[in-house]
Design a binder for this molecule. Structure first.
Ligand code: ZN
Length: 274
């Protein structure tokens, strides 16, 4: 099979203090996109930061970054823009960049949760309905992020309502405090809940990064790596770059006897027709 590598470059929470390799500015992010593409990533998942380094949904930052990436016409990597990661965002600012920039994919977080024992990650029903409709209108494929099993059932509800369309694509995010722990049992459990014909990818945060990646390969899923999820490459060894994670994932895919999906392959696998 062909395995998709998604690279999640920045996220909303890590800082340059945690790892100086974290890309923050549009230029830094675009540079990492190109390096990850060279290393075998076919999707990049992007968050923006403001000038002080805080997570922001400022559409101007998204625009500047996406323009830098799309200027390189030799790079056909698929863009997956976040719809969260800014505590001051409104329902509107979480969607406006999708209308303006029409990325191939965007995150669709299928439920509200207590986030890292600190705050609330709000995804109430009226927002999920609006967001689903915006994505349908703009032909943006939802990447349904699952932090907890109940979120799968929410996705099934929205599928029934016509707000999400099959085939669904899931991203299992394991090991975020407030969500499900990063264990192989939990991964298998979640994988068994999703409708037949769906595609899925997974990641483990922190120490569980490699075990979850290996289990995902064994189960036939796709892979997400990057500094959003892990600032350490291995115990006691901070990651040097996002591309370092992509290179290791690419090696493991080959060792598993799979092929690395190109962006064209990823479009076919995910049913993206653009
Ligand atoms: Zn994200």
């Amino acid at each position: 099979m062909k395995t998709i590598i998604s690279a999640a470059l920045t996220g909303a929470w890590p800082s340059k203090k945690d790892n100086p390799a974290l890309p923050i500015t549009p230029r830094e992010i675009a540079k990492d996109v190109f390096e990850c593409y060279e290393a075998g990533a076919s999707i990049v998942h992007l968050h923006m930061r403001d000038d002080s380094g805080q997570g922001t949904m400022d559409v101007r930052k998204f625009k500047e970054t996406v323009e830098l990436i799309r200027k390189r016409t030799d790079v056909d990597i698929l863009l997956n823009l976040t719809t969260s990661g800014d505590l001051n965002a409104t329902d509107e600012t979480r969607q406006i960049h999708l209308r303006e920039l029409r990325p191939e994919l965007a995150s669709y977080d299928c439920g509200t949760m207590n986030w890292m024992h600190k705050t609330i990650f709000l995804n109430p029903p009226q927002f999920l309905e609006q967001l689903g409709k915006t994505m349908l209108d703009c032909n943006v494929k939802p990447e349904i992020e699952i932090f907890d099993a109940g979120m799968v059932y929410n996705a099934l509800y929205y599928l029934k309502q016509g707000i999400l369309k099959a085939p669904l694509h899931f991203q299992f995010v394991l090991g975020a405090a407030g969500g499900m722990a990063a264990s192989v049992d939990n991964l298998v459990f979640l994988r068994n809940l999703i409708p037949e014909g769906s595609t899925w990818s997974a990641l483990g945060i922190g120490k569980a990064h490699l075990p979850i990646m290996l289990a995902t390969l064994a189960l036939g899923g796709h892979i997400r790596v990057g500094l959003e999820d892990n600032i350490m490459f291995a115990a006691g060894q901070p990651a040097e770059s996002n591309a370092q994670f992509v290179r290791r994932a690419a090696e493991l895919i080959k060792i598993a006897g799979n092929e690395i999906a190109t962006p064209e392959d990823a479009k076919k696998i995910l049913g993206i027709s653009r």
